[in-house]
Design a protein around this ligand. Structure first.
Ligand SMILES: C[S@@+](CC[C@H](N)C(=O)[O-])C[C@H]1O[C@@H](n2cnc3c(N)ncnc32)[C@H](O)[C@@H]1O
Length: 250
């Protein structure tokens, strides 16, 4: 593991302690199985109708795993490099008697069999931790069975640019759309390095890995609103998230 990825992993072990500290609240949310957005449900419904085995890359607290099972997934395997996150998610699954499984591994090297997944689900703060997006896309393609789908619901690549000013949206002077990376100053553990991928780079990586894009939608609504912030950038004029659905050709 390279030094920056290793440092990010240490930061995530620290940040994932939140999943332990807020264990009971997250357990109650997991039991509701409502973490997927309405648009995610609409886009995923035809895929989940086929009862796929789902590999959830960077599964974090794992709440989406319970919602995916509830909507038709046959089985969900979460993959995350945080032992703390994976252990808390596993404990919740056992407590709720839900058959999800968790693997501790560094994406994009996933110790699961080629062609095992009918759906690779990821996002909500995942791609920014990928140092090599082409390697990520090739790993997704390797995991998918023929006709299997990749679904990404993610922060829009322009989001690092938006200020959180409440009066009007502004472009942060310290950020650029074409920057390769930046240090996230609002991450709970200081010094985490986030990589930036433009929409063009994301689409190109997925297509070059052999997937056909079926849907690419951009939304004004962020996938997550941190408590206590009412940024003008989230009020409908700017892109804040996107969804991508792609099919592995047979
Ligand atoms: C913002 S969280 C999002 C996770 C999940 N989508 C959710 O909603 O909880 C990002 C997750 O990615 C994991 N992560 C970051 N880089 C990773 C890598 N290279 N391999 C595996 N997991 C990684 C972190 O441990 C963290 O749990």
């Amino acid at each position: 593991m390279d030094a920056e990825v290793a440092a990010n992993r240490v930061a995530w072990e620290k940040a994932s302690q939140k999943h332990v500290d807020e264990y009971d609240e997250l357990l109650a949310e997991a039991a509701e199985r409502k973490s997927l957005t309405q648009r995610e449900l609409e886009l995923l419904q035809p895929v989940l109708a086929g009862a796929p085995l789902v590999v959830h890359l960077q599964s974090g607290h794992g709440l989406d795993d319970f919602a995916l099972l509830d909507r038709g997934a046959r089985h969900v395997v979460g993959v995350d490099y945080s032992v703390t996150a994976a252990t808390a998610a596993h404990r919740r699954a056992r407590q709720l008697e839900v058959g999800t499984a968790y693997v501790v591994a560094e994406v994009p090297v996933v110790p699961l069999k080629e062609g095992c997944a009918g759906l690779v689900y990821t996002g909500k703060g995942a791609l920014i931790w990928m140092r090599d997006l082409e390697a990520w896309a090739h790993e997704v393609a390797r995991l998918l069975e023929p006709e299997g789908r990749l679904f990404v619901y993610e922060a829009h690549p322009t989001v690092p640019l938006w200020s959180w000013d409440e009066d009007e949206p502004r472009i942060r002077p310290d950020r650029g759309y074409f920057a390769r990376s930046h240090i996230n100053d609002s991450f709970p553990a200081n010094g985490a390095q986030e990589w930036q991928w433009s929409l063009g780079e994301i689409v190109t990586a997925v297509v070059r890995a052999g997937l056909e894009i079926e849907t690419l939608e951009e939304y004004a609504e962020p996938f997550w609103r941190p408590g206590g912030v009412q940024a003008a950038a989230w009020q409908g004029r700017l892109p804040n998230s996107f969804a991508l659905l792609a099919r592995r050709k047979s």
